[in-house]
Design a protein around this ligand. Sequence first.
Ligand SMILES: NC(=O)c1ccc[n+]([C@@H]2O[C@H](COP(=O)([O-])OP(=O)(O)OC[C@H]3O[C@@H](n4cnc5c(N)ncnc54)[C@H](OP(=O)(O)O)[C@@H]3O)[C@@H](O)[C@H]2O)c1
Length: 250
Amino acid sequence: MTAPDRFAGKVAVITGASRGIGFGIASALVSDGARVCITGRDPVTLAAAATELGGPEVAIGVAGKADNADHRVDVFDKVAAAFGSVDYLVNNAGINPADGGLDAIDLGLARKILEVNLVAPLAWTQLALEAGLRANRGAVVNIGSTAGARPVPALGMYGVSKAALTYLTRVLAVEVGPEVRVNGVAPGVVKTKFAAPLYENREDEVASRYPLRRLGEPEDIAGAVTFLLSESASWITGRMVDVDGGITLL
Ligand SMILES: NC(=O)c1ccc[n+]([C@@H]2O[C@H](COP(=O)([O-])OP(=O)(O)OC[C@H]3O[C@@H](n4cnc5c(N)ncnc54)[C@H](OP(=O)(O)O)[C@@H]3O)[C@@H](O)[C@H]2O)c1
């Protein structure tokens, strides 16, 4: 159940939100009264997503790469101009361009994965703290992965980056409390473009391995993220919450 005005007056930045999980999070926040800034690399799909969320009164899109420092500054400048200060940051943008084992991974790709999935969330958090999170007693949610909890074949460096993101979440929570809470959500397989190679043409078989016998939808993740951002979670910090249909129980 949602509360239509629980985020009234609040402003959120969600990285990587032109589709998939990020868009689901942005939709849930807007539905409950927030204004949002979404990012993504492709300006065309990003603009369409911002329009679908309700247009410039409630949603702006700023195109760029999550690991680009100038882009990050641009985002907070545009948010300040459009909405004033920021209450929430959702570090959702993440990549996995590598395939195969760590024994042969290209080291440039390994560094890129860490740059986008780990260093960029830290950099976004640093800027967001100054852009309003500290003053407004805001919150951060980092999108991790079940691959960060245990090794998954061919997702090695991605898993390393998400495990480190879990630890970053814990360290930041200690450092930036009590003003700011920092939590995370670790999804199992959610039906998005990113995860399609993991279930396409064999969804029933993959889903049958999950205790809850289905794969995730972006809304499943959005529900947990909005809870962690909300006042209902005001005594929770430093936690990475598994939202995974029970798969990590096995
Ligand atoms: N789907 C799953 O099963 C699953 C499971 C565990 C964790 N996750 C995590 O969930 C997050 C979102 O994944 P998703 O499944 O929703 O992916 P998705 O459907 O492919 O959406 C990714 C979004 O991020 C944007 N994006 C991608 N790379 C970016 C970059 N370098 N800088 C800025 N924006 C970027 C994409 O737009 P552009 O392409 O235009 O940039 C798009 O809006 C990721 O952190 C992923 O690791 C997903």
